[in-house]
Design a protein around this ligand. Structure first.
Ligand code: 5GP
Length: 172
């Protein structure tokens, strides 16, 4: 399997700097949690957290998602829960990509039950054509076409996560 670059490291980093500045301007004083959805959002979280010009707290949540293939099971399960209570805090869920919306729709519901002061979503990538469930994404990096992408945290069978660019997987 080969790869074709869709978004370069430079494009990704430039966009994350913009998102960081936007987030910095949007929030008042007080605790702001960035909740990273493992594993795909780990590099996005690391770069986004450092692009926000204010104090942030980081948390990690593990969920079961696509498994080894390219299609969703439609079933979401929490495999690692947060360490912190989010009560009364501002929270941004940091996700790699919104596809059907099933995962984020579920996560927003689950995290909303923890009584945060506010709850928004930041997603590096969005495939709007594929949506099955409505999800409001406050901070979107890039809208992309309906193609399976890897790199910058995104995997195919756990491979390709450490590519610096976002790439489309192509049959050779
Ligand atoms: P959704 O629940 O919105 O359909 O899917 C969200 C999850 O599916 C993402 O967090 C990601 O793990 C996976 N996913 C969706 N599209 C892609 C893709 O193009 N490439 C990869 N590697 N994962 C994807």
């Amino acid at each position: 399997m080969g790869v074709r670059v869709l978004l370069t490291e430079e494009q990704i980093q430039a966009r994350i700097r913009e998102l960081g500045a936007e987030i910095g301007a949007d929030y008042p004083e007080g605790p702001l949690y960035l909740v990273c959805i493992l594993k795909g959002a780990c590099f996005f979280l690391a770069d986004l957290a450092r692009a926000v010009p204010r104090d942030v707290l980081i948390e990690f949540m593990g969920i079961s998602s696509y498994g080894k293939g390219k299609s969703s099971s439609g079933e979401v399960r929490v495999t690692k829960d947060l360490d912190a209570s989010l009560e009364d805090a501002h929270v941004i869920v940091v996700e790699d990509i919104v596809d059907s919306g099933i995962t984020l729709h579920y996560l927003v519901h689950v995290l909303g039950q923890r009584r945060p002061r506010s709850l928004k979503v930041a997603a590096l990538l969005d495939k709007p054509d594929r949506r099955l469930r409505p999800v409001e994404v406050a901070y979107t990096g890039f809208q992309i076409p309906d193609e399976f992408v890897v790199g910058y945290g995104l995997d195919y069978g756990e491979r390709y996560r450490n590519l610096r660019d976002v790439c489309v997987l192509v049959d050779e």
